[in-house]
Design a protein around this ligand. Structure first.
Ligand code: NAP
Ligand code: ZN
Ligand code: ZN
Length: 350
């Protein structure tokens, strides 16, 4: 079927209108009329080819929400008009241990990412949610609970699950002291989720500009990491630190803020690597871990948790023709806290 969207033709070029074909729905597919799509910092890293290996033309976008507009002949989970979402992957091998355990994001053969990847045939490029329609196997489609507005729920599909998964895995909850480094798209929803789980939440931000808002989002404490005193005051304090920052940080000074047996989880994916000090880990039996998004079942669990706790994202809604400007602003941490594109503003050529 003919669809259109916004694509980068080459690395670092501005996104522009682009027409392309998607497959007609197979038996188990649904077609989604996309209403909104969030702008994740990963979109910017990949359009700029900061991680290497990007393929072009690239239609980014993996925080996709919309309505089902067609269902394949054997598709049973959804009906026309259902409110649905698609996150960071649209397929996986379905056979390996990770897939069988519902951890498709860690598929041993590699999950099929929603864009900047190839389908299971290894040759059809995947193109993402900055577009008017997407065709996805129903197994990889999420249900958006009725009480969540579609626009502010969109970023839950990546930002929300990326924080929910490690918070739950490392048992954030009452009596746990949790720090979130970076109050951006991921960080702000992490604060809301960690607060709803009952943890004491501290924001570690690179300035105090967002202090008032951070507390409104549910943070109990807020510190600026530009102030060297922060690192003394909080030495040995946290049970769990989640690093959401998109640039390289000195991990070792943050490790020093962990209590005995504390864990620091990296979710931010900066372009450059960072050296790790063995002494910081050994000194208090600390762990350094990483985490990627979440599986389909866990993503649904997160959406239902957000529905129950009335958690949505704080967004700035923009028309698609403002996307390049929005990228600039994200890079300068100038967004409160997630840009979401109103895909209804997209005007296809025919
Ligand atoms: P974002 O909205 O741009 O937030 C990043 C935050 O990092 C900023 O709000 C800022 O927080 C802090 N920051 C930015 N520049 C900084 C600098 N020069 N020095 C210190 N702090 C700085 O990005 P996002 O969409 O939340 O994504 C964050 C990272 O997570 C990206 O690298 C993205 O690729 C990655 N990611 C990973 C996964 C996963 O599965 N692991 C999923 C999605 C995204 P403050 O102003 O509070 O300091
Ligand atoms: Zn993302
Ligand atoms: Zn697999």
């Amino acid at each position: 079927m003919k669809v259109c969207g916004y694509a980068a033709k080459k690395a670092k070029t501005p996104l522009a209108l682009y027409s392309f074909e998607r497959r007609d729905p197979r038996d188990h597919d649904v077609v989604i009329d996309i209403q909104y799509c969030g702008i994740c910092h990963s979109d910017i890293h990949q359009v700029s080819d900061e991680w290497g290996g990007s393929t072009f033309p690239m239609v980014p976008g993996h925080e996709i929400v919309g309505f089902v507009s067609q269902v394949g002949s054997k598709s049973t989970r959804f009906r026309m008009g259902d409110r649905v979402g698609v996150g960071c992957f649209v397929d996986s091998c379905r056979k390996c241990n990770s897939c069988r355990e519902g951890l498709e994001q860690y598929c041993l053969k590699g999950a099929t990412l929603t864009y900047n990847d190839f389908e299971r045939d290894g040759k059809t490029p995947t193109l993402g949610g900055y577009s008017n329609k997407i065709v996805v196997d129903e197994k990889y489609v999420l249900r958006i609970p009725d009480n969540l507005p579609l626009d502010s729920a969109a970023p839950l599909l990546c930002a929300g699950i990326t924080l929910y998964s490690p918070l739950v895995h490392w048992k954030a909850g009452p009596k746990k002291k949790v720090a979130i480094i970076g109050l951006g798209g991921l960080g702000h929803v992490g604060v809301k989720i960690a607060h709803a789980l009952g943890s004491e939440v501290t924001v570690l931000s690179h300035s105090i500009k967002k202090q008032k808002e951070g507390k409104k989002l549910g943070a109990d404490k807020f510190y600026s990491t530009s102030d060297p005193k922060t690192f003394d005051i909080l030495k040995g304090y946290f049970d769990l630190i989640i690093n959401t920052v998109s640039v390289t940080l000195d991990c070792n000074s943050y490790l020093n803020m962990l209590a005995l047996d504390g864990v620091m989880v990296v979710v931010g994916l900066p372009e450059r690597e960072t050296p790790i000090s063995a002494f910081q880990l050994v000194g208090a039996r600390r762990s350094l871990a990483g985490s990627a998004i979440g599986g389909i079942q866990e993503t649904q669990e997160m959406l239902d948790f957000c529905s129950k706790n009335n958690i949505t994202c704080d967004i700035e809604l923009i028309p698609i023709n403002k996307v390049n400007e929005a990228y600039e602003r994200v890079v300068h941490s100038d967004v409160r806290y997630r840009f979401v594109i109103d895909m209804k503003s997209l005007q296809c050529m025919d």
